[in-house]
Design a protein. Sequence first.
Length: 168
Amino acid sequence: MKNLILLCYMCLFLIGCHANNPAPELSNNGETITVDNTKNPKKILHIDFGDNIVLSWNSVADNFIIDQYYKDLKKDKKKIKILLDSITNNQLLNVATKLKSTELKKGDIAFLYLIKLDNIYYSECLKIQFDVISENSSYPDTLLDYLENNRHQTQKKMQLCLHKKGYI
């Protein structure tokens, strides 16, 4: 009988541990990045750039969630300009990545979105060639490390490239 009661208490304890908790939110300088770990075990980040710009990032795959918002964003010159200005944003996202040697930052996400636009080629815009792309990666290995060390210069080069291609 004692074993049955103990078993019931253990079941209740385990059920309580499995209860749905709200998604943790990381905040830095008043800006919020939501990490949804309870509803989505793939660790999807929703990164808010302001002015109704939210990009979804899959931290397991190290790539964007391609939704309708992601597709429609490229048609809005004002929002593209905001993302361009965000390249220099050093806010840490507190998420592991294989894309760079340091932690992923908000400016990294803005940059990666901009190089995914149609007819934008990072090697053409940055005037530098990145030769190595690891298996299962959509980005060159040292691209974000280059960005980390050259944020302002990269922003200026991207501005010229985006203007030339008609995005801003």
